[in-house]
Ligand binder design. Structure first.
Ligand code: SAH
Length: 246
């Protein structure tokens, strides 16, 4: 073997080693989470839990297929991420059952250019589903740890149209109001008036309402063009309680 061939071989070896090192570091950034994994489980979740229960909106089904739910749950729950139940995400909180996420999203009847406010960022999963459907998502989380983690997670997964803020969602996010739609993922005893104010005429809000030990009702609110408010109870549900001073 002449020197030239040897040099080429060495160069090849370094290229391969360099590639392997890059892959190893890349997977260290998001430990154990490779968004392309669990494609079969995700498809099965959409078919058997969501479509089978009557969610029909094609854009919602597409959005649910497009978000790597396993990247939003703690490592030890990754294999359960697509199962038919909520999952703990730390700080005593949970990521909602996939069907409830899809149902609430469908109820909002979103359009591509909409601005949406979410109260209760949690893991950031619901925000990621919304981000695939609308122009901009604003999401407020009361727990500093969850707000910080969700912001970092959404950034590392490449979501660019979501803004996360730590704060009490009772007050909404006035600076970016009014919103075409509002979704609340923790249950207050009553509908916070600032959220009604920050909803655009013609807009929709989906919110579980009810005390800690009462039956909560998933409620759909519509604000008429004239500002009138109509409410409809959709389904009895069980959400974590709305926290904060109010
Ligand atoms: N939508 C989330 C799940 C939310 S669990 C997801 O997709 O993962 C409910 C979240 O609401 C919790 O993270 C809780 O800390 C938050 N929360 C409760 N009360 C709140 C309030 N007053 N303002 C903002 N967030 C609140």
């Amino acid at each position: 073997m002449n020197t030239r061939m040897l040099r080429i071989l060495w160069a090849g070896l370094f290229l391969v080693l360099g590639f392997c090192a890059k892959e190893a570091f890349a997977s260290e950034d998001t430990p154990g989470c490779r968004p392309e994994r669990y494609a079969k489980e995700r498809e099965k979740m959409v078919r058997e839990q969501i479509q089978a229960r009557g969610v029909k909106d094609g854009s919602v089904l597409r959005a649910m297929r497009g978000v790597a739910r396993h990247c939003f749950v703690p490592g030890e729950y990754r294999d359960e991420a697509y199962d038919d139940h909520p999952i703990p995400i730390g700080q005593g909180q949970t990521i909602s059952q996939p069907y409830i996420v899809a149902l609430m999203t469908e109820l909002l009847q979103l359009k591509p250019g909409d601005r949406v406010l979410e109260i209760g960022t949690g893991s950031g999963y619901q925000a990621a589903v919304l981000a695939g459907l609308v122009g901009r998502v604003f999401t407020v989380e009361i727990s500093p740890a969850l707000a910080q983690e969700a912001g970092a997670r959404l950034k590392s997964l490449g979501y660019k149209n979501i803004r996360v803020r730590r704060g009490d969602g009772y007050l909404g996010w006035n600076e970016h109001a009014p919103f075409d739609a509002i979704i609340v993922t923790a249950a207050p005893r009553e509908i916070p008036p600032p959220l009604l104010q920050q909803l655009k005429p013609g807009g929709r809000m989906c919110i579980p309402v009810g005390g800690r030990y009462q039956v909560q009702q998933l409620t759909l609110i519509e604000k008429g063009r004239d500002g009138s408010i109509s409410k409809r109870a959709v389904l009895p549900v069980r959400f974590v309680p709305f926290l904060g001073e109010h």
